[in-house]
Design a protein. Structure first.
Length: 498
């Protein structure tokens, strides 16, 4: 079984802020001890705890943003300011989820002697917390997918203690954010051990293997995520592992869109794939354009106008430069805009190939390039386009830039796009994932290791819950969500009716 590859940043972390073995044991023991009282808390209590954490983070916003800027090179405004606002918003949104109560899926089937399958006993079903959860923080979102990010928020909302494995790319920020969250939860009355931050490569692997950990989540690379996934499912007692790994996020532009607003599409596309130096999991990595599109000049102008941006760290910069070099050398690939770099700062690169060459191009043209680069693929007709789409690895998103009067042209593409992604976009761009009730941020492997789930939006809480059915129990022994008088006044399905 392969171990996750240790990055340069992980190596550095062993020389700086690494959790000791005794400290890790105390953290695991505390999370296990907190599991029962945390699970026994009411949704309203947990909502208050999450809101307290959000308030505490907002109160320290200025200092946190400055620290994040120093460690990640990301601009303080609007990027980091907006990302911290997103982080505290989603903590509060999960408070709304908790107060709503529908997330518990409470269902009551009363005993029925006339049930067509034979006499039915009284059965009542509800979701319960899965237990202590290990969260691996991401490199590219130091707030929203990190210490107090969406995985942490949704697991805490579910009633699960969280052990957060900090990313070595922003150690100091992770430590400070963790201190704020721990303090806020304690002050609000959450059980001791409900949340903790750990540091270190080996510590993350050790925690993942520990039998007290009942679920894990991850945002990062395919090799690292896959290695952790293999550990999680190969334990003596396997656990669910919710990994978000890689995605190329194809964008299809129809002939009608080219004819009516091609220059606008070119400009918006350049802005999307270069946003944040291309370090978004939803970055559009492939742009499908009809042959003879005539947008080369517009694309060169739009991409050439984007200033150089620093990458998150040296390892990511080196990895991107290597992958970009392989893409440039792939057969049939030509350069539209030849980006430059100085140190860890890159201007965007744009390359192009044909559908026929793409099909013969191997991994270099198909895999995700985490950085400011994208590949145009020209197609001759809808049949050729569908043929290429059907060979792509699944991802997080698939986008169509088209016209409403092209419905007959677009409709045959939709099965292929639906196979590819968990979120389909019409005349929009994938680099913007709002946090909402209907959001879906996931997809088939290698986009995620659990294609039935989402890591963004209120449905993310479902990853950290499991169903339990209670058959024949007296009312006094049932959990509150299933008691006959419904003391929490939850939305429930009773005898098949909502």
């Amino acid at each position: 079984m392969p171990e996750p590859e240790r990055s340069t940043e992980e190596t550095r972390s062993t020389m700086s802020r690494e959790t000791s073995a005794p400290e890790l044991e105390r953290t695991l023991a505390a999370a296990a001890a907190a599991a029962r009282p945390f699970a026994a808390s009411t949704p309203a209590e947990r909502a208050g705890w999450l809101e307290a954490a959000a308030d505490a983070l907002d109160a320290e916003a200025e200092a946190l943003i400055a620290l994040a800027h120093t460690e990640t090179h990301l601009p303080a405004a609007p990027r980091l300011k907006g990302e911290l606002a997103r982080t505290t918003f989603q903590l509060r949104l999960f408070g709304q989820v908790l107060r709503d109560g529908a997330f518990l899926g409470a269902t009551v089937d009363h005993a029925d002697a006339e049930w067509p399958m034979g006499p039915r006993p009284d059965i009542r079903r509800v979701l319960v917390p899965i237990g202590p959860t290990l969260v691996f923080a991401a490199s590219n979102f130091p707030f929203a997918f990190s210490v107090a990010g969406g995985d942490t928020a949704s697991a805490l909302a579910a009633g699960c203690p969280v052990i957060l494995k900090a990313h070595p790319g922003h150690e100091e920020l992770s430590t400070r954010t963790g201190e704020i969250v721990v303090g806020a939860l304690a002050a609000a009355g959450a059980p001791a051990g409900a949340f903790a931050v750990i540091h270190g490569f080996e510590q993350g692997v050790t925690a993942l293997k520990d039998p007290r950990v009942q679920a894990a989540s991850f945002t990062g690379s395919v090799p690292g995520g896959r290695a952790l996934f293999d550990i999680a499912v190969s334990r003596p007692t396997p656990i669910p592992f919710y990994g978000e790994l890689g995605s190329v996020n194809p964008v299809v532009v129809t002939p009608g869109a080219v004819a009516r607003r091609g220059e606008a599409v070119a400009k918006a596309y350049a802005g999307s794939f270069s946003l944040g130096a291309g370090q978004f999991c939803t970055k559009p990595g492939l742009l499908f354009l009809p042959e003879g599109h005539g947008l080369d000049d517009a694309l060169r102008e739009a991409v050439g106008a984007v200033a150089g941006q620093p990458m998150l760290n040296e390892r990511i910069a080196q990895g991107f430069a290597h992958k970009l070099s392989e893409l440039r050398q792939a057969p049939g690939v030509t350069t539209v805009v030849d980006g430059t770099h100085q140190g860890e700062s890159f201007t965007p690169s744009l390359l192009s190939t044909t559908a026929k060459e793409f099909l013969a191009g191997g991994e270099a043209v198909r895999e995700e390039h985490f950085g400011p680069a994208s590949l145009i693929v020209t197609y001759s007709d809808a049949d050729e386009l569908i043929g290429v789409l059907d060979t792509l690895e699944p991802g997080l998103t698939a986008t169509v830039q088209g016209e409403e009067d092209e419905a007959d042209y677009v409709r045959p593409l939709l099965p292929s796009l639906t196979r590819l992604a968990g979120r389909l976009l019409w005349n929009d761009w994938p680099t913007g994932v709002t946090v909402s009730w209907a959001q879906q941020h996931g997809g088939p492997y290698p986009a995620t290791t659990a294609p039935t789930t989402t890591s963004v939006g209120t449905a993310a809480i479902e990853r950290f819950l499991r169903p339990v059915a209670w058959q024949g129990f007296p009312d006094a022994l049932l959990p509150e969500p299933l008691q006959e008088q419904n003391p929490w006044q939850l939305p429930r399905r009773t005898d098949g009716a909502r």
